[in-house]
Design a binder for this molecule. Structure first.
Ligand SMILES: NC(=O)CC[C@H](N)C(=O)O
Length: 225
């Protein structure tokens, strides 16, 4: 399986994503934000960081990067797109996911390893997991407070789009939301960092369960297991 990691000026988890993908035996291509095209990629990762310095609002400028037009097209055709932290912020800004990420409730940057619960196992990203499974993953963000209005929240619930929720809400997110998918389930946005939790020495191996899920789902679908 081939992953593509988009590199924006200010990204800082691109190498972690590449490392995690390679660690799981898969190939990875780095894609510069100015690229207008990419080929042969099975899953795009929009990594964490401070794209364009988080100016205006995190993700608000990155959504206009040349590569994003192609990422949107890829997602609309059913391609797998995973936005992690800043990547999640970019996905809401570009309209692939509903809602918005605003400043943490306490107005402070939070950096920790926190438990999250798996709420939906009908998407590629939780293929190997069970509903109610608890994963411990790193978080590191200043704008991780997921907001959506009541009508939007009802839609999310109705369509089973909430994939991960916090046990101890660290940022004020509505309904403890830590990660959601689009209606089709091919686009995931999550604030915690699975790519930074693939080895015990990093404080968590649980991120591996999410990345392995994608790889196993894709392998099964393409007859490569
Ligand atoms: N690791 C990240 O992607 C966090 C940075 C993010 N832009 C923030 O809200 O602070």
């Amino acid at each position: 399986m081939k992953f593509g990691v988009v590199l924006f000026p200010g990204s800082n988890c691109d190498k972690d994503a590449e490392y995690a993908v390679n660690f799981l035996g898969q190939s990875c291509e780095m894609l510069w934000h100015k690229e207008k095209n990419f080929k042969g990629i099975d899953c795009i990762i929009l990594p964490g960081g401070f794209s364009y310095g988080d100016y205006l609002r995190a993700g608000a400028i990155a959504r206009f990067a040349p590569i994003m037009e192609r990422v949107v097209e890829f997602a609309q055709k059913g391609g797998l797109v995973m936005g992690i932290c800043n990547g999640f912020q970019i996905l809401t800004e570009v309209g692939l996911l509903p809602g918005v990420l605003i400043r943490n409730k306490n107005l402070r940057f939070v950096c920790d390893i926190v438990p999250i619960r798996v709420e939906n196992t009908e998407v590629p990203y939780t293929y190997n997991l069970k509903k109610g499974d608890i994963l411990k993953l790193p978080i590191a963000h200043g704008e991780g407070n997921y907001y959506i209005d009541n009508k939007g929240l009802e839609e999310l619930k109705k369509n089973n789009q909430i994939v991960f929720s916090y046990l101890d809400n660290p940022n004020g997110s509505v309904e403890n939301i830590a990660g959601i998918v689009n209606i089709k389930g091919n686009v995931l946005g999550m604030m915690p960092h699975p790519e930074r939790g693939v080895e015990k020495v990093l404080g968590s191996e649980d991120g591996m369960k999410i990345l392995k899920s994608v790889i196993n789902w894709w392998g099964e679908k393409n007859g490569k297991l």
